[in-house]
Design a protein around this ligand. Structure first.
Ligand SMILES: Cc1cc2nc3c(=O)[nH]c(=O)nc-3n(C[C@H](O)[C@H](O)[C@H](O)COP(=O)(O)OP(=O)(O)OC[C@H]3O[C@@H](n4cnc5c(N)ncnc54)[C@H](O)[C@@H]3O)c2cc1C
Ligand SMILES: *[C@@H]1O[C@H](CO)[C@@H](O)[C@H](O)[C@H]1NC(C)=O
Ligand SMILES: *[C@@H]1O[C@H](CO)[C@@H](O)[C@H](O)[C@H]1NC(C)=O
Ligand SMILES: *[C@@H]1O[C@H](CO)[C@@H](O)[C@H](O)[C@H]1NC(C)=O
Ligand SMILES: *[C@@H]1O[C@H](CO)[C@@H](O)[C@H](O)[C@H]1NC(C)=O
Ligand SMILES: *[C@@H]1O[C@H](CO)[C@@H](O)[C@H](O)[C@H]1NC(C)=O
Length: 605
């Protein structure tokens, strides 16, 4: 009976040891062994197991402490991922875990599609080449700008106005006539709007915009945030239907139609996304109308992302394309090459792909559980130029002595507006006969003894010098040099925002995350930053869960160790007691014998 009890006790110990072998509890394990010398003596095979267990524990201990995160892309999404990882970490149950963040970008600069070029190569005149504005409800960008102490460059309509120049901030041109001009900040500008479009359409548009923005903002808050599935999140905030309709369908169903839609709203979807209302979905359409508190950062919006990366204490590797990510022992081996040097490979726990997958050029093995689709992106030509000349009013269908509005947006002409080839078109067809999406006068510059103006054109094709000369009103055949500086860039700027109801996954595989799925929903700096924040929260959430599981395992293990110790102690005590009893019995027997002998002796006397 006592023998089988003892065996049970040792079995319990062996089970405990096996548990401990899978963990880093070497010290607890060692102390158990020390406390049980008889275990070693009596069960040699147990000791072999124990020695192996200790060795296993030692191997595990060598594995590095802490976490490593690779972020591919130093644009809005990547910078926000790094920034929010560091921030959320501070408040998390895993705050004591050392975390190293490495951010890779193939370009020489931080910011991705948010970047500036210097007019005349003069660093004091930076011009946005990509994303130029964000708005008041963009709380991540607003908040970060404030935290970083960055100042706004006053690009809101009222301050952007060029001193003493045009009064008309905005005009809508269809290739042959200027349909509408919107004068800045005057009570009669509203009158003019109402006169042309009636009061209902602008009013309803405002209501619809507020409703969409309100729903969108739920993505930032619990219980929606953080979201593992963008598809589900969009449904939960109530935007599934809006995103499944074209802008045209949405506006029609809201009773907004006619000239207000095809002139003002469409002019806006064209300048923002190079698309017309027959193609672009309802959510992105309303985003274009949410312009309250539009600002940009003095010196360039990219400064927000640089500041975020500073705060994240990430190791930022520029001129460093990542070429592959390969799964290896539950981690990801990331291969990259700085400046065309020999490639290197480093291992990471988490990899965040913060760029559109189709342009990232990544070799990924094994294949991802969810692989993002290739989606059509707008090819956008940005043409910047400087000239002492002003835009030619005649070109824009205005009287010779009129001032051309500072921002000229465009729309389709009446014929094109009836034709799906244009209203649903991509590229050149989207632009229509007017040939470009917008031309803006960004600012004036005093150079030498004269004033020059800096212009920006968005177009679906190369906007050549011949076209530039035309809008500046240079007579054909004239030899006159009219541009003093120019810069051209072609972007894959944003997706064609077709109506859809499913979106790319946020988590592509264990340890692989993706931000750019949100671009088919809303493509802005803020939404990319939101996705970065979302991924950061999900990653830390997983680490916290893993820690909880680990803590629970540890608790169970310690409980088992305590039980085993108690059981061993009890067995020992039992044995001691048995030994003591046996000794006492023997002594008693001896005493009894002695007594018998004594009695006999006495009897003999
Ligand atoms: C002309 C234009 C005007 C726009 N206007 C506005 C606007 O006014 N307001 C607004 O909010 N948004 C605007 N946008 C949209 C906005 O720029 C984007 O939605 C946003 O910047 C996307 O940020 P992102 O970080 O997701 O991607 P990106 O900015 O594209 O960043 C991705 C980065 O990843 C890097 N990368 C890719 N693959 C690799 C690799 N394999 N290894 C290393 N690095 C890699 C790229 O070099 C890039 O820097 C505009 C865009 C354009 C082009
Ligand atoms: C993080 O970086 C520091 C400094 O380079 C290094 O000493 C440490 O081992 C790294 N930690 C991880 C988890 O990689
Ligand atoms: C961290 O916690 C503090 C105090 O609870 C809170 O004020 C702060 O906003 C939190 N920060 C983040 C990033 O959640
Ligand atoms: C980020 O850090 C660099 C280098 O220290 C500094 O020059 C730059 O001003 C910082 N940017 C922001 C926006 O804080
Ligand atoms: C309107 O667009 C059509 C198709 O692009 C074009 O042929 C026509 O010339 C345009 N009309 C005017 C008045 O510009
Ligand atoms: C401005 O400068 C140019 C050359 O730099 C000169 O030819 C021209 O006469 C000047 N004009 C005025 C108004 O001073």
């Amino acid at each position: 009976m006592a023998g089988s009890r003892r065996l049970l006790g040792y079995l319990l110990l062996l089970i405990t040891l096996a548990f401990l072998a899978t963990t880093a509890e070497a010290s607890v394990f060692g102390s158990i062994l020390k406390k049980l010398p008889s275990f070693k003596q009596e069960y040699p095979e147990g000791q072999v197991i124990a020695t192996q267990a200790v060795q296993n524990v030692a191997v595990k201990k060598v594995k590095r402490e802490g976490k490593r995160v690779a972020v591919i892309g130093a644009g809005a999404a990547g910078a926000s991922t790094a920034y929010h990882l560091r921030r959320f970490l501070g408040n998390s149950t895993v705050s004591s875990v050392p975390v190293n963040i490495t951010v890779f970008d193939k370009h020489t600069y931080i910011g991705g599609r948010s970047t500036t070029v210097n007019a005349y190569n003069d660093a004091t005149i930076p011009i946005e080449l990509g994303a130029s504005i964000f708005v008041e409800v963009n709380s991540i960008l607003y908040g970060a700008s404030q935290e970083l102490g960055l100042s706004f460059s006053g690009s809101s309509a009222s301050t952007r106005r060029i001193q003493g120049e045009s009064n008309d901030v905005l005009g809508v041109f269809n290739g042959h006539e200027m349909l509408f001009t919107y004068p800045e900040g005057r009570w009669w500008s509203l009158m003019k709007l109402v006169y042309r479009y009636g009061a209902t359409a602008p009013w309803r548009t405002r209501g619809l915009t507020q409703s969409v923005v309100g729903k969108f903002l739920s993505l930032y808050k619990a219980p929606i945030f953080p979201f593992k599935s963008l598809t589900a999140a969009i449904e939960e905030v109530g935007l599934k239907e809006t995103v499944s309709l074209t802008g045209e369908q949405l506006l029609e169903s809201a009773g907004i139609s006619g000239a207000f839609a095809t002139e003002l709203i469409q002019a806006s979807t064209r300048v923002n996304y190079g698309q017309n209302l027959g193609l672009i979905h309802g959510v992105e359409t309303m985003v274009c109308m949410a312009t309250d508190g539009a600002v940009s950062i003095a010196g360039g919006n990219w400064k927000i992302f640089q500041g975020m990366l500073n705060k994240s204490r990430a190791d930022v590797k520029l001129r460093t394309p990542v070429t592959s990510i390969m799964r290896r022992d539950g981690e990801w081996a990331v291969t990259y090459a700085t400046d065309g040097e020999k490639s290197q490979t480093e291992v990471f726990d988490e990899v965040v792909i913060a760029a559109p997958m189709q342009y990232a050029g990544l070799d990924i093995a094994p294949g991802l559980e969810s692989k993002p689709d290739t989606i059509p992106y707008v090819t956008l030509h940005v043409t910047l130029f400087a000239s002492p000349r002003k835009l030619d009013p005649l070109y824009f269908g205005l009287p010779e002595d009129a001032a051309v509005p500072q921002s000229v947006l465009t729309t389709l002409n009446a014929t094109e507006q009836q034709d799906p080839l244009f209203t649903r078109g991509e590229g050149r067809n989207a632009a229509g006969s007017v040939g470009f999406f917008s031309v803006s006068t960004l600012r004036s510059v005093e150079r030498g003894n004269r004033t020059e103006y800096i212009y920006k054109v968005f177009s679906p094709d190369h906007y050549g010098d011949d076209k530039v000369r035309k809008i500046l009103g240079v007579a054909p055949g004239s030899e006159e040099e009219v541009t003093t500086w120019s810069y051209r860039h072609t972007w894959k700027s944003y997706p064609y925002e077709y109506p859809r109801v499913t979106f790319e996954e946020v988590k592509l595989a264990s340890g692989v995350w993706y931000t750019a799925g949100i671009e088919s929903f809303i493509s802005t700096m803020e939404t990319s930053a939101l996705m970065g924040m979302n991924v950061a929260k999900l990653v830390i959430g997983e680490w916290e869960e893993a820690k909880e599981v680990e803590d629970e395992k540890k608790r169970v293990r310690l409980e088992m160790v305590a039980k085993a110790e108690a059981e061993a102690k009890r067995i020992m005590e039992e044995r001691m007691a048995a030994k003591k009893a046996a000794r006492e019995a023997a002594e008693a027997a001896a005493a009894a014998t002695l007594l018998e002998v004594k009695i006999e002796e006495v009897a003999e006397l």
